[in-house]
Design a protein around this ligand. Sequence first.
Ligand code: AMP
Ligand code: MG
Length: 300
Amino acid sequence: MVEITVASREEKEAMAAIQAAFAEIERIDALLSSHRTDSLISRVNREGFRAKVPVEKDIFQLIREAASFSEASGGAFDVTVWPLSKLWGFDEGGRRPSVTELRDAVAKVGYRKLVLDQGDGSVGFTLPGMGLDLGAIAKGWAVDRAMDVLAARGMTDVIVDAGGDLRVAGSRPGKGFWRIGVQDPRDSGSLLFTLDLTDTAIVTSGDYERFFEEDGVRYHHILDPTTGMPACGCRSVTVLAPTAAEADASATAAFVLGAQRGVAFLRSRPGVRGVIVDGAGSLHWSDAALEALARGLRRP
Ligand code: AMP
Ligand code: MG
């Protein structure tokens, strides 16, 4: 679900810009969705071991960015996590894999085993069964591309909200900002706090987005590439960054790293800041100035 808000005096131009932005999001979804068997990414995952698959220029760039982000996060974020996502199958309800299945899938994950050929813009794998999963960055990247389309058409006061992945430009007329709410990870009906923002992306990764429960344990979709298990230690991570792609990837990486290492990682990235809700519900801010901006915070 994507919602686009534009404030403009030119209704016709604004509507046309919104339609163009949605068309761009649909183009990207058709290329990158791993749920669609006819998507580019599904073809790369089927054929990339036998022969390198050439991809669109901007998609190659995105995959390269995702691979270098994998490196920068020490593999906490790993763009080749697909064998594990497929195994857990959260999109079809999910099930707990066996120890052997997990071990086999973990062996097929690793951004270093990915082959990116700058020459012909193709993508390949060094092991059979490998695959790309852009699920932790593509939604943010699509929000950025939609924002580019709106900006190119002169729309200055905009929200693009892809549910958890959001970017704002300009402000609500007469206000000077857009007021954005951050969801409580254990109560979808209430907000942890709100922020008054302009010209930034804000993205949340949470263990409540896709999960199943078994014997009182929550198994969710953000996976630790080293163990193959759902990352434990966080309920949600909210990240602000100049672009939604950066915020999206950073939120997932920090989630996998856990509260302490996650906060250190966010601090190490220029222009990035955020807050982590740990397993006990405590908040860890990477930046005191950001905490000071949070409105309606219930302080203990
Ligand atoms: P997000 O909601 O942005 O945190 O992305 C979660 C999605 O990214 C999952 O549904 C998977 O498709 C994929 N994913 C899960 N774990 C990882 C990981 N450690 N690195 C990269 N992508 C992941
Ligand atoms: Mg993400």
